[in-house]
Design a protein around this ligand. Structure first.
Ligand code: C2E
Ligand code: CA
Ligand code: CA
Length: 377
């Protein structure tokens, strides 16, 4: 919209704040699009009403809609440095910005840890790649009926020399924001391809390995080139490296990229089906080959007969659409029995195996092959 329009927006917001703030309520434009209001309040509800009022009055300007985020810090100690109060409100605001459920958050002590964690990750990620601290773990996928491994998913682990094992949930959201996920994903795609190569080289029947494709790639063209290059370099068949894509709010981008990848001959898995957003729409728009049922979705559905009916219909739908179906995060015998009874054969979860280092998975494959030979021979 340009700088001039930006200035008009800021003027507009200032005017609205002027109108909303009464006696004893002060506001200032701290910098660019960040404003601070200082007010007293008695009950949390009155404060929330006040914020909602402001939010309504500035939610759009000249047909342009705004996404506002509000962080609240309640001052209990008047001697605290003003700067520190401001920092805390800012932490709450940033948390609100990343929260899909609400745009208003009150400061919590744990935000400080979050900020500290973020700083640690941002300062150490480059070294981590250079020093090969990222490791590929593989989690087997099983066929219930055959009771054997039919594939694996590659999952990244950050093994830090001092902090030990750092799990993806702690660092992926941050490196998705700053784009560093590209490097990490490429590395895992390479490792997965090298693993498949190793199986081929040692005469072990390789199983397909699926890798996660961050949504960052879906907005860009680079990933298809990189994937093709990695596969060419490793000299492996394309169908052995499968791609897991998560449904997300911007289903349009997902669909477009999925079509391109499909055209290149890749197998596409729809990750976390049922975890949110419009799963069914995306099924219509996007050429996925396999649906991966989200762990929470399955758990929710299993506790009632209505839920089990929905689950059963999803299995049937996948079948009719000629799509594969795999249940994720399967932990109990009860879940296995239910899945078996409704015809979902492919599973991944702690019930069979946790993610493990690639060497360990290699041994597992070898062992399975030996047993099969013994059985057949
Ligand atoms: P995801 O793709 O849904 O991966 C499945 C997650 O569920 C993994 O967590 C796995 O360890 C965990 N899991 C598997 N079976 C069970 C079970 O029976 N019970 C429970 N409670 N959990 C189970 P992990 O490895 O911590 O990964 C978390 C998420 O981080 C992944 O979710 C994926 O979205 C992301 N991620 C992991 N590795 C990569 C990567 O290399 N690239 C990208 N872009 N994302 C990754
Ligand atoms: Ca996945
Ligand atoms: Ca998943």
């Amino acid at each position: 919209y340009g700088e001039k329009f930006g200035d008009e927006v800021l003027d507009f917001i200032t005017k609205q704040l002027e109108e909303n703030c009464g006696e004893g309520q002060f506001f200032v434009n701290l910098r660019s699009d960040v404003f601070m209001i200082v007010t007293e309040y008695e009950k949390e509800e009155t404060l929330l009403d006040f914020i909602h009022c402001i939010d309504r009055s500035i939610h759009c300007f000249k047909d342009v809609k705004f996404q506002m985020s509000y962080g609240v810090y309640t001052v209990e100690d008047n001697k605290m440095e003003l700067r520190q109060m401001e920092d805390r409100a800012a932490m709450a605001r940033k948390a609100a910005k990343n929260n899909i459920l609400t745009n208003i958050l009150f400061y919590k002590e744990q935000f400080k840890d979050t900020l500290y964690n973020r700083k640690f990750i941002e300062e150490n990620m480059q070294t981590a790649i250079a020093e090969k601290q990222f490791m590929m773990y593989l989690q087997p996928k099983y066929s219930i009926a055959k009771n054997e491994i039919i594939g694996a998913e590659a999952l990244v682990r950050w093994v830090h020399p001092e902090r030990g094992m750092i799990y993806p949930d702690q660092f992926i959201p941050i490196i998705e924001e700053n784009g560093f996920i590209r490097r990490v994903d490429y590395y895992i795609w390479e490792e997965a391809s090298r693993f498949i190569r190793r199986c081929l080289d040692t005469g072990i029947k390789p199983c397909p390995v699926s890798v996660n494709v961050s949504r960052v790639h879906l907005h860009e063209n680079e990933c298809i080139k990189v994937l093709s290059e990695i596969i060419r370099e490793a000299g492996i068949p394309k169908n052995l490296l499968e791609l897991e894509i998560t449904e997300s709010a911007d289903s349009h981008h997902v669909s477009r990229k999925a079509f391109e990848l499909k055209k290149e001959g890749f197998t596409l898995l729809m990750d976390d089906f049922g975890s949110g957003y419009s799963s069914l729409n995306i099924l219509l728009e996007t050429p996925f080959d396999v649906i991966k049922l989200d762990k929470k979705f399955m758990e929710n559905m299993m506790v009632s007969s209505k839920g089990r009916l929905i689950l059963e219909q999803v299995v049937m739908m996948a079948d009719k659409l000629e799509m594969g179906l795999l249940a994720e995060g399967v932990e109990t015998n009860e879940q296995i029995e239910l899945l078996r009874s409704i015809g979902c054969d492919q599973v991944q979860g702690y019930y069979y195996a946790k993610p493990m280092p690639a060497d360990e998975f290699f041994e597992l494959l070898k062992q399975q092959e030996n047993e099969r030979e013994k059985y057949c021979g």
